[in-house]
Design a protein around this ligand. Sequence first.
Ligand SMILES: NC(=O)C1=CN([C@@H]2O[C@H](COP(=O)(O)OP(=O)(O)OC[C@H]3O[C@@H](n4cnc5c(N)ncnc54)[C@H](O)[C@@H]3O)[C@@H](O)[C@H]2O)[C@@H](O)CC1
Ligand SMILES: [K+]
Length: 516
Amino acid sequence: MAYVFTPSQMKTLDENTINCFGIPASILMENAGRGCADFLIKNYPEETKGVIIILHGEGNNSGDGFVLARWLQNYGKQVILLQVQKGEMTEETRHNFKLCKALKIPTFELNKEYDNLDILENVPGVTMIIDAVFGTGFKSKLPSSLKKIFQSVDDNSALKVAIDIPSGLNGATGEGEDAFRADVTLTLHSYKMGFFLREGKIKCGKVYTIPIGIPEHYNDAFFTPAIFIDNKTFRLPERYYYANKSNYGRVFIIGGSYGLLGAAALATRAALRAGAGLVYLISREENKYFYNANPAEFLFIGIPRIEGTLTPDLKLFTTLFKTADSVVIGPGLGFDNYGTYMLEYILRTSTVPTVVDADALRIIAKDPSLQQYLKKPNILLTPHLGEFCTLTDMDMDKLVKDIPTALENYIKKTGAKVLLKSDTTIFSDGKRMFINISGNDGLATGGSGDVLAGIIGSFCGQKMELGEAAINASFIMGKTAEELAKQRYFPSILPTDIIENLFMPLKDESLSSPES
Ligand SMILES: NC(=O)C1=CN([C@@H]2O[C@H](COP(=O)(O)OP(=O)(O)OC[C@H]3O[C@@H](n4cnc5c(N)ncnc54)[C@H](O)[C@@H]3O)[C@@H](O)[C@H]2O)[C@@H](O)CC1
Ligand SMILES: [K+]
């Protein structure tokens, strides 16, 4: 299981490992530094052949850097320590610094004016620059002196390695425009939340985890950590050897205003491709021309308007709706009385997993009385960032500064379950959090959200739990886009390509046997 921790959760884990479990801080630091040294020696033989410069300050991250320096020297490597930030040394850090001095590892200090930055350029044969300045204890903004130093490192052709987290990156929010830009990040124990958000996605390079001795059962002992969905953790709905269509759910897709049936049609086809037993497209009666012209595997149910008004005739729909196993409402639903009336009915009466997407989200944003239904355990909202801003009445600039907190606040306020879609997609219900980063820019096309809603509805119809369905649908859709990008220039990927090639990545051996 790949867990994702915030810096404060990491602190809780470290403290409990030291104070309750009984592994001293000095041993954790030794494990961290030695683990990084062993990893680099094994995986980067060329890059560790020349001079290795370790940039440090005085916190515990720097302590890890000092242990790493000792071990690299022990393995016969040439190491230089370069202090770029002043601070208070902890006992373990100070002790390891002394040991480095005792080993005669060369130590340099940049002067106050930082006009001796050319140390970095003048040392011949540098093949690796390691950042052990700040770790998860970094707060606020990077000092301007460090900005200058990191820019200069950026121009150097040596391999750049960050210990635990690139210095200057906020481990909770991913904010860090001026952070150290690493080619490789050796993160201690587990991923940090900031790796998957904002600048974190470009500052970390390749991320590898280094175990430091925190016991496995501590991971979820003090809080429920976020889980990163990857090739090993993703799941698909179970299929049975002896089964018929009734085992795989009746999925109701409700949407499609007059003349705008495309969104609902995409969700419908996606639900079928994702394995649903039966898919009903519930739309306005005047859309039946579409079904007549495109007879397909789904069933079309037209809900007529009540004479003289824009309100649908729900009586015709209610009996049939009792047979639904899951619902998707919103794609192309429309904002008139018809759409609002249908949405209110579904939110109030549905007892099966219900995915609320697109127009339905905007109706909820306009009509706060509908918020009362969001705490029902079977309701999932699937906004993209723009729709989330509308739901929360928040500026995009403010939202992207700290997405996890904005999400947490909205869930606390409404009790909703949310799949927040962007290049990093997050599911949260206030208790669990799942993170998915699969996919590419080819998904930034109108209609992708409708396809995703259809897949989620389909997975729910196949008895997958709502949160699991949401994140796994997002994962498999992203993987499909990645697979398609091997065959065509990714901006040309269309939502219909995703539908027609869904599950194609399962041919890839690493994905072929998801844990169930
Ligand atoms: N005992 C532990 O808690 C362990 C910690 N470990 C390492 O220690 C790190 C966390 O250690 P710390 O909590 O000491 O924190 P850091 O080493 O990340 O940095 C803390 C230092 O940076 C300074 N600082 C923070 N933000 C700053 C800013 N904007 N400008 C200037 N100075 C700033 C603080 O005043 C403090 O001196 C982890 O990332 C990991 O590398 C590991 O050694 C494993 C065990
Ligand atoms: K670091």
